[in-house]
Ligand binder design. Sequence first.
Ligand SMILES: [Mn+2]
Length: 324
Amino acid sequence: MSAVVDFESARPVFSFPRPHVQTPWVPATLRLGGHARCRVMGVPLGHGAGVPGAELGPAALRIAGVGGGAAVPFRDVGDLPVSFLKARTPALARLERARSVAATCTRLEAAVRGAIAEGEVPVVLGGDHALAAGSVSGAAQAVRQAGGRLGVVWIDAHGDANTPETSPSGNLHGMPLAALLGAFDAPFDHLVGRPATLNPEDVVMVGVRDLDPGERAFLDGAGVARVGPRTGRALAGATLGALRHCTHIYVSFDVDGLDPDAAPGTGTPAQGGLTPESLAGLFAALRRDGRVCGLEVVEVNPVLDVRNRTARTAAAVLEPLLGD
Ligand SMILES: [Mn+2]
């Protein structure tokens, strides 16, 4: 006997094409009088740096109080997993480090995109700066999905705009900006085959003073705006002026943008950096501006630090953005 299908009692299935109704939403931002909730996530990544220790950054930043402010509500979701390296030869270690950075960026991209899409402001505690290839990409996607345009404030002593071809060291934390601007993709797996994440005119670099020849040529050719560490009182105005056309802003804060006097605990310090006062002024202006939808603090290396001074400086300069 063959099976009989009882069409009479089968539940009707409605398959009318429905008009796609999009709920309008805008990413939450940090602004005066606002009540945005922050989602803090640690990324103990050190495989993109040449000197070990940046993987201890999330712990140092939490101890210093970043992501634990009173005024802005915070929810700390803990650390993203970062793989432990087992390779025993330098060649294998190099490959394993690149794979670890790629996997971390893939996870972080989804985590940042998810936080913004769910109405929270991601606060990423790094970790070396290679992680920005994931975080900035995730923020740009979420903002674009909401119909906006993301601008990036890249605070750094360096360009982070080398490619695997131009990099003198081969360290991936010197390359994330070039990857985000579409200069190359592999080994950043999540970017492979995608169009550029950022337009050059949507990025402003703050405090940059130590560029390798290759990345200087790349940044000049792309026309990325740079605001020097010695701009003084005009720093905030020049930075925000460069991103006037953007609807939202993501802040990528490498602590080596600060002068080593104030932030000695970092792998690649460069003299003549930003003063904590001028950077705090920029963060205050960003709070008044009201467009910041996410941020990260990277390259804190407690192994090279003195009594957690660098994380404490970072906490103090971020207070005008994240505090009362
Ligand atoms: Mn950097």
